[in-house]
Design a protein around this ligand. Sequence first.
Ligand code: DGT
Ligand code: MG
Ligand code: MG
Ligand code: MG
Ligand code: MG
Length: 268
Amino acid sequence: MAKSKFEYVRNFETDDTCLKNCYIVVRLDGRNFHKFAEQHNFLKPNDDRALGLMTCSARSVMEDLDDIIISYGQSDEFSFVFKRTSNWFKRRASKLMTHVASQFSSSYVFYWRNYFGDQPLLYPPGFDGRVVLYPSNRNLRDYLSWRQADCHVNNLYNTVFWTLVQKGGLTTTQAEDRLKGTLAADKNEIMFSEFNINYNKEPLVHRKGTALIWEKLEETVTKSVTLPNEAGEEVLVTRTRRRVSAHHCDVIGNQFWEEHPDILEDDN
Ligand code: DGT
Ligand code: MG
Ligand code: MG
Ligand code: MG
Ligand code: MG
């Protein structure tokens, strides 16, 4: 069929193919969640309903899209890592990012009630997305370490800040002044000596965030087979299923990566 004279407009599309051999990371972040959290009465500093819904939505992204090997989330953000050999949507950055963002956003709304019950969703939340390429395992691990370090720094600050306000009776301005210039050790000390809180015993999900990975499960089931002209027979069948599992642990050190050697592909 002859091409229409309009066909040339296709050439205005730009090539956004992600460089080969690189891990493709898509990071989403809630739009204006400071306000969203206030308006939906999120508990401070951590609302487990909100964190649960984020993780549930990330799970839906991993299960419904191809080639995501690990994802990591904290606060109002989640990062999704596509395997370096992925050829999903010909590695087009805009396709990958928009599929992740839309699947995540629609899941967030779809599953809202499961986590927030009677708290109504007052307006449609949005998430921004970006794509970053990491060419080596070291770079990818450093990326995830960076996000987990961010989780730690923010959670330590928020935990002591809201303790000073909620338990210590300070105003938010007073708590801010009190924490100005303090180091991590000072914050730990304030919580321990004044409120008898050992920060290291605070929930791991708040201190470490959430890593989602694929876990292999060996499943043995009995299956009845009927061969032609024979009586039915019960046989044991072993099959491998995979499912997404959540981990609230350190991803900065080596242990996690040694325990899950399948996540990263070799650098060479
Ligand atoms: P943005 O990302 O530039 O559109 O603006 P925000 O407001 O989303 O800022 P961001 O992403 O830097 O910070 C995340 C906000 O979400 C932060 O203000 C606190 C809020 N948030 C996240 N998780 C929780 C939670 O569990 N409880 C409460 N109270 N707030 C939370
Ligand atoms: Mg921001
Ligand atoms: Mg945000
Ligand atoms: Mg954020
Ligand atoms: Mg289409």
